[in-house]
Design a protein around this ligand. Structure first.
Ligand SMILES: [Fe+2]
Ligand SMILES: [Fe+2]
Length: 197
């Protein structure tokens, strides 16, 4: 369907730009009208929360992290069904495994602290999954790997921000524990993309 593909390519390009643009966090990761830059001025803390206290920044990071896990799991499942190369299928499988684990950890933590647990990826993430699913063959592999490269760059930045500026010790630990996993995912996605171009 060449016409559809002509439409989708620029859409997907916009998407990647939206993911990587300054202040795109709320757009890319959640429905909140606030973003981390706002929190930086209003909610950055001096790390003195007790184990049962949390800042608005902590809450937003944890909820976005859960939405991100749901996004990665659905994307990884899609890649296992639709990718044409072993590398991209393996990337999808690995993302499902690791993000299923981090979803469990983050959900338990949110429930303990009384933070809402999102039950689906953000609307923008759902749209991205629908958009990438329109590609087939090597085009799919390329767009999926490219999406995961950009997404994990953003995820790493957000997790580091939580480590640096978060308040609740357990949420900050969760972010810190996520960082090496996210960096490995970025490397895997970059390798998969490089093998296709
Ligand atoms: Fe992600
Ligand atoms: Fe990941």
């Amino acid at each position: 369907m060449p016409h559809l593909r002509r439409l989708l390519a620029p859409l997907a390009a916009c998407l990647v730009l939206a993911l990587t643009g300054t202040g795109s966090l709320a757009l890319a990761r959640g429905d909140s009208s606030q973003n981390h830059a706002d929190h930086g001025t209003r909610h950055a803390t001096d790390h003195r929360c007790g184990p049962n206290d949390y800042s608005a920044w902590d809450e937003e990071w944890l909820m976005m992290s859960i939405q991100g896990d749901l996004f990665e799991i659905q994307g990884g499942q899609l890649a296992q069904r639709q990718a044409t190369t072993d590398k991209v299928r393996a990337l999808g499988k690995r993302l499902v495994e690791d993000h299923t684990k981090s979803l469990k950890d983050a959900t338990e933590l949110a429930e303990r602290l009384g933070i809402d647990v999102p039950d689906s990826p953000s609307p923008t993430q759902q749209w991205m999954l629908r958009a990438v699913a329109q590609f087939h063959g090597r085009d799919f592999d390329r767009w999926y790997a490219d999406l995961e490269v950009h997404d994990h760059k953003q995820d790493i930045k957000e997790a580091q921000d939580e480590v640096d500026k978060g308040c609740n010790p357990d949420i900050r630990d969760e972010a810190e524990n996520e960082l090496p996993v996210l960096k490995e995912h970025l490397q895997l996605a970059q390798d998969a993309l490089a093998s296709l171009t």
